[in-house]
Design a protein around this ligand. Sequence first.
Ligand code: ATP
Length: 236
Amino acid sequence: EHADTPLVVEGLRKEYADGFVAVSRVDFTVRRGQVVGLLGPNGAGKTTTLRVLMGLTQPTRGEIRIFGHRLTPGSPVLSRVGALVEGPGFLPHLTGEQNLRAYWKATGRPWADARFEEALEIAGLGDSVHRRTRKYSHGMRQRLAIAQAMLGLPELLVLDEPTDGLDPPQIAEMRRVLQRYATDGRAVLVSSHLLAEVEQTCTHAVVVNKGTIVASGPVEEIVGDSPTVQLDVDDP
Ligand code: ATP
């Protein structure tokens, strides 16, 4: 029954080696067509949760299912997940396109021109893809990083703080990019510590604080008139 669901997280717990419990219990689902915002203050456990989903760290407890496949170390289903952990470094003397090609080559996966073009199209890089990344603004760099995560058109795209440091017009643009990506049966999960950003860019929100979920649902229900949510996710 879950084979068509991009992501099901059940009872996720992550305790670091020093005994610190970064995620105590997290459950949520990401469905096709959704742009889900994982929202919470710094230290809430967002990055830890995303790293588990990307297969970068092992959960202490809980089950992650990606298109019905249980996530285990080196699981082949990870090839259906595109990830952006933090702003990747780009080679400044190469163009955006050259950087993306070099990155893809390093993954060892077969190149597909059509997918590449579509990813660039959705990311909205335009002609700047032919410029050296040395000349990129922060916003363009961020867009190139997102294009990189989109390269193989993964059905589930997971982005850690993609709107970090962007100005309001760039955030509005990000909404267009993410919501467009989530068509054609794909889905997006993004983290953010800003309620307004999630409100602007996502269709659904999962609010985390101190490693547990305090609210989740369609973004208009979360943002509306929930005083507890407002208090919990205020900027530090
Ligand atoms: P941020 O927005 O700052 O990234 P976050 O919500 O993503 O916050 P996490 O990065 O998941 O939060 O961190 C949650 C908690 O886990 C933090 O208090 C952090 O110090 C702690 N933590 C993260 N990595 C480790 C680690 N390797 N060992 C021990 N504690 C860790």
